[in-house]
Design a protein around this ligand. Structure first.
Ligand SMILES: *Cc1c(COP(=O)(O)O)cnc(C)c1O
Length: 468
């Protein structure tokens, strides 16, 4: 052990070697950075030796080669892309951990175009002077939601925060106990309310809230009634909540009282019409007389991360003027992505152009066809796998439509030499593509609902490669 420790060369000796120069030339990193990596590797090796964990086989590799191999590994890890595309084989369309909505080709193209150029983000080309970024999408948002006015902020959590802070600070906001939701573990209506400075007035019980609960809670201090869409869970059994229409009627009896609905997913596309779930359409909610509605850009809308607020002009005006609007403002790339996403709705092409909508309503026959193609190619190219199709269900995800399961077909894959765990790990780390799949009953499940035609061939390649 002491012998090995003594063999670690001093850093300056490694710096003077030919391989140091070669690595600098190959990677273009500064001398200082490569030196730091070398120093780290030496520290690592010293710890390895002291812990007797050295993985070096001195009969095959010299100690110096071992050091340089580690340096190259650490350096390439440092330089590789951190944010990387993955193939989502889970069938969950809005997978929050996997980045939620995939954008349309048109949106991607527009984002690239806008990102690489100057734009009229805050410039009025007609008048030749300063404009407002709020004006860019307002017309489109009004068109697809039927609202008087609209704006966008960073995400829907930000939208909720802005609305509460700007319109109900130090006043009371009435919320049903059945709607005090937590979303994704980090967003709680009660906590965001506390941050905003608005005072939460809880009414009703977990399973039942009546109109009179709201009625009795209204006081001089009440600024707002907040209805929160219970997007990610469903109460069943002995339950009751108050309809939006009744809350609108109640609000109308009280001058100045604001009725705000946090819709969460906020669908523009009417999934009900194609037999998927009971998600309210934003246009209908606005039409029913709600003052303000907010929803996410990257859930059922199928666009980039954003929070959309639509509703009464006078209220939106206040929100736009609030200091927080500046804090929560949206970047040009987001505007570009949102614009093309909204245009898909305006031209009735949502289920053709937007991957989110397309995948949710994807016909079973298409999933079947992809599955069978996958199986037959796998049989041809890597016959050691066992694979078959099984009926299953996929989820919408993103905390939306929790009670809706979409009938699907999954391909169940196994291999005699590897456990499902091992296959899953190899799929995640493959050089060809990082594939995220479900595991059930010691088998890998591949759901083609969330896999495009192009990805299917890459997926086959990945399975073939990972046996090598
Ligand atoms: C998802 C969701 C949010 C948070 O939206 P983000 O865009 O993720 O910030 C807030 N409220 C409800 C009801 C939601 O479903």
């Amino acid at each position: 052990m002491k012998q090995l420790l003594r063999e670690i060369p001093p850093v300056h000796e490694l710096q003077n070697s030919r391989r140091f120069k070669d690595l600098i030339e190959k990677t273009d990193v500064p001398v200082k950075l490569l030196t730091k990596v070398i120093q780290q590797v030496i520290d690592e090796i010293r710890t390895e030796i002291l812990d007797s964990h050295v993985t070096i086989d001195l009969s095959k590799q010299s100690f110096i080669d071992y050091i340089w191999m580690k340096v190259e590994n650490n350096l390439s890890k440092l330089l590789q892309e951190r944010l990387t595309p993955v193939i989502n084989a889970t069938g969950t369309v809005l997978h929050t951990n996997l980045g939620r909505a995939r954008l349309s080709d048109a949106a991607i193209e527009h984002i690239t175009h806008i990102a690489g150029n100057y734009s009229n983000l805050e410039y009025n080309i007609d008048e030749g002077k300063r404009g407002s970024r709020h004006d860019i999408l307002e017309g489109l948002l009004k068109e697809v939601t039927g609202a008087e006015a609209a704006m966008a902020v960073n995400n829907n959590a930000a939208a909720v925060y802005l609305v509460l802070r700007a319109l109900a600070k130090e006043q009371e906001v009435i919320v049903s106990r059945g709607q005090l939701v937590e979303i994704g573990g980090s967003f709680r209506i009660s906590s965001i309310m506390e941050e905003s400075g608005a005072r939460l007035v809880e009414v009703g019980t977990t399973n039942k809230t009546h109109l009179y609960d709201y009625e009795n809670a209204i006081s001089d201090e009440t600024a707002m009634i907040l209805k929160v869409h219970t997007s990610n869970f469903k109460t069943i059994g002995f339950t009751e909540s108050v309809d939006t229409e009744d809350l609108v009627a109640l609000k109308n009896e009280h001058n100045g009282l604001i009725f705000y609905e946090d819709l969460g997913s906020g669908s523009i596309y009417d999934f009900k019409q194609v037999g998927v779930g009971e998600e309210p359409v934003v246009k209908d909610v606005i039409e029913s007389g709600v003052d303000l509605v907010s929803f996410s850009g990257d859930k059922l809308l199928g666009g980039p991360q954003a929070g959309i607020i639509v509703g009464k002009k006078e209220l939106i005006q206040k929100l736009k003027k609030h200091q927080l609007a500046r804090v929560l403002r949206v970047d040009k790339m987001t505007f570009a992505g949102l614009e093309k996403t909204l245009l898909a709705y305006l031209t009735n092409k949502a289920e053709i152009q937007l991957p989110t909508i397309r995948d949710i309503v994807k016909p079973l026959t298409e999933i079947e066809q992809q599955s069978h193609y996958f199986i037959s190619e796998l049989k041809k190219q890597a016959s050691e796998y066992e694979s078959e199709v099984v009926e299953s269900t996929s989820q919408v995800g993103g905390g939306t439509m929790p009670d809706v399961t979409l009938p699907t077909i999954v391909v169940v894959v196994s291999h005699h030499a590897y456990s499902a765990e091992q296959l899953g790990e190899r799929l995640r780390h493959s050089q060809t593509a990082n594939v995220i799949a479900r595991i059930k009953d010691e088998k890998i499940l591949i759901d083609f609902r969330t896999i495009s035609q192009e990805e299917t061939d890459i997926l086959i390649q990945t399975f073939v490669e990972l046996l090598k």
